[in-house]
Design a protein. Sequence first.
Length: 131
Amino acid sequence: SIANIEWVCICSPDSIFADMQQVSNETLIGERQIVCRSMMQNTVLQAQGAFSQDIWQADDQEDVIKLVEQGIGWAIVPKDFTVEKQAMGTLIDFRPEFQRYEMMNSADVLWKSNTRLGPAAKYLCEMLGVF
């Protein structure tokens, strides 16, 4: 794997989740969740990441974060996307009942060994130190 991505649950500072030490699964299910549209198009990701009975979809992670900042709902996003927003005080992360450990995913890059690499793949390999 080339990287590990940590995911966190986020809400606005005005959210009902903001002052809870731990948010119950029942509470999560009853509040609006904002998700990235591509997650809902993938059956595996949808089964793992869609919790609420009320789900709004956004086009990308940045839009998800903007909606959460406005207090429209809560979301699960890559932690790296939230650092600046948390420092500014427009987002906070919270710990849901279902989360026993950090939520991590590995990122990998694959391509066919018999296929010539294009400029983007060559650049990525150089940046990763593969060549």
